[in-house]
Design a protein around this ligand. Sequence first.
Ligand SMILES: Cc1ncc(C[n+]2csc(CCOP(=O)(O)OP(=O)(O)O)c2C)c(N)n1
Length: 289
Amino acid sequence: MSLTKKEWARLEKKANDLRALTLQTTFWAGSGHIGGSFSSIDILTALYYKYLNFDPKNTDDPDRDRCVVSKGHIGIALASMFSDLGLIEKEELKTFNLTGSKLGMHLDSNKVKGLDASTGSLGHGSAMALGMALAARINKKTYKTYLLLGDGECDEGSVWEAAMATANFKASNLITFVDRNHNMIDGNTEDVMALEPFADKWTAFGFDVKVVNGHRFDELCEAIEYAQSAKTKPVCIICDTVKGAGVSYMAGNYKWHYGAIDEAKFNLANEDLANYLKQRLEVAEKEGK
Ligand SMILES: Cc1ncc(C[n+]2csc(CCOP(=O)(O)OP(=O)(O)O)c2C)c(N)n1
């Protein structure tokens, strides 16, 4: 797999648009889970804008791919992305998390078309995604199911019960991502509840594990294409990321798990995002094929 400069740059620009829109929505809402949104946005961009068989105009297609964002607290990023995909009116983003809005902090799949699962109670998405993957097998469907977990979320025992079952049932049509941003709600994962040796744990549970830089589209794309061709062993892609990626005062700081943004912070974050895009486009230009 080689990502062309053009394709790489397209994904970079899209991820930047999504970060900017998520920031804007956070500003409108007054606050939001922005740190874990910004660590996951590149993964979501690779999925929804390159790999998922997902037509926003035909979300009822039973053959389309499924995607369960188990770290449902990033509803603010998901709502922004679904708005970019045309599934939520831009104006509705201004109501995000307000009383009476159809967009709660954790999105409701009964209210947002195309969203495969209502998540937010951490640890539940894995079993839901596995169910969708096994249903594909039973119904003789070829769709794939993609699952995005947080690393702090992996403190939940239910993640490992589902992982054990995924490997047991050889559900290689389920592709698992972990947003390994090393931070959770109240500190660094290794200080709160150590996860390392994290890759070894997934391997021991029967997964073929790939560790990638979750902010490099060349690595993400290569790992996804590898996982898509898995025949029996399910693949877990551990994405090394930065909480709050792209914004100087948020990056790597767990205190930006959830935060409020005033106008000065909003403006500074927008400047940072513009610089972040510039730097990343330079890498794409230099290292793309
Ligand atoms: C069952 C459950 N317990 C607690 C919470 C509150 N909570 C929301 S996000 C979060 C931290 C999750 O950490 P991580 O998965 O690393 O998220 P990320 O850093 O990627 O945003 C917690 C404890 C919850 N949503 N669900």
